[in-house]
Design a protein around this ligand. Sequence first.
Ligand SMILES: [Zn+2]
Length: 488
Amino acid sequence: MKHLRTLLILGALLNALVLLFLLARDPAPEGADAGLGAALEPLVEDATMASARYTLGEAAAKTNLIVISMDALRMDHTGLGGHTGGLTPNLDRFGDEAVVFTNAVSAASWTLPSHMSMWTARWPSVHRVTNKLSLLGQGQMADTTLSPGIETLPNLLCQAGFVCAAFTGGAGVSGRFGFNRGFGTYVDDRAFAGLDYSAPLALEWLQQHKDERFFLFLHGYDSHGQHPLPESIIKGIPYAGSLDGGIEEQARLREEGLAAIQAPGQDASLVGKVGPEDAAFLRGIYGKKVQQADERLGAFLDGVKRLGLLDNTLVVVVSDHGDEFLEHGGLDHGHTLYEEQLHTVFVMRVPGFARKHEVDGVARTVDLFPTLLALLEQPVPAGLDGQSLLPMIRGEEPGRLAFAETDYRLFVHRRAIREGRYKLVLDLQDGERRLFDLEADPLEQRDISSGEPRRTYELEQSLKRWMTEHGTNPQHYLGIRQEPITIF
Ligand SMILES: [Zn+2]
């Protein structure tokens, strides 16, 4: 009897030990000895993937990369961002199998500096590609190009043996600014081209290179004000006003809005020239453009799937900035740092982890490439401003301080800092600061700085400290007035 009891106790202890061992075991068997398929299995099974480790293991060495930039796509005009108009069914479906950053912030509010911050993982004031022309002094201007001393992360991939190609809409992502470093192919010959031009070329290239390890950058201006929408579609939008909705008119209105910025600190003002019905019409056109962009994205993703690439390719869809429709008195983008211009799409499908995982902390597009390098197990250079988002994706970090800058056309100079739900926008020319609570007021219609002096002061100090650390004297632009440069 005594022996039996001892045996039972020992058996129970053994069971408990085995159970403890199983529970304590790392659920992520990195470099598992199974084949590629097994390594790509989700390492944690739960409904949301919230606790998945996002480690590709040995599959990392065989994974390709596709980065798709949907120029000027506002997050709040996508289903992923809460829009209920059904404008983006393809992007939303893609998001059903991906990590979706619901609070992604761009480093700048227009194409050139925003993409360059993604490319270099540096803030605009560090990479200094903030305008197409740079002021040399004495009124002399020169084409801007990225300093050879600043590395682009795509170039690192190309040097690491990826076959690299880019198919873009040119203009603000033209290769000559430094974007094309390392690429074997970089198509940028049609200014403001959409995915209808770039995506078929990209699919053709993929067909030829699908058996090599590749990095593909695809970009289109489909949602952008300078990308045309067929007149028949514009005519279908109910509107009784005098605007025609074409791209020449869009450019004219944009310039009129900028010309109305007569005093430092003023936002663009088309109020009185463009009424609420006109703005609704222009927003309607934008919605149609977003729909068209999404259809083209869907066709491209179908093509990638047909080529059998989804199981070994990391696919990212990102946008560089949004667009304004009179939310702060202007049209277009680049001139302010409000959410309609900064809140961007950032969705990442990691093979083997193909279920939706929303990450709500503040993420930054400057973190894009360090994250991709980390996932692909490529070395991440030291000293970058951006950092891998894997700790945030894994739930180990709540969110980040985000910063944004604009020195648009060398005549508006603004900076913003975002900490959780609060955002401070600082005008460097007149020192005016505005504080917003993005949870209570997502469209930033109420400046709460006077009611929250302490928070305003602390955020402003953090922002100015950050500026000083990144090479900008916060006093430098005080009182400066310049005309906007005309080539933009
Ligand atoms: Zn853009």
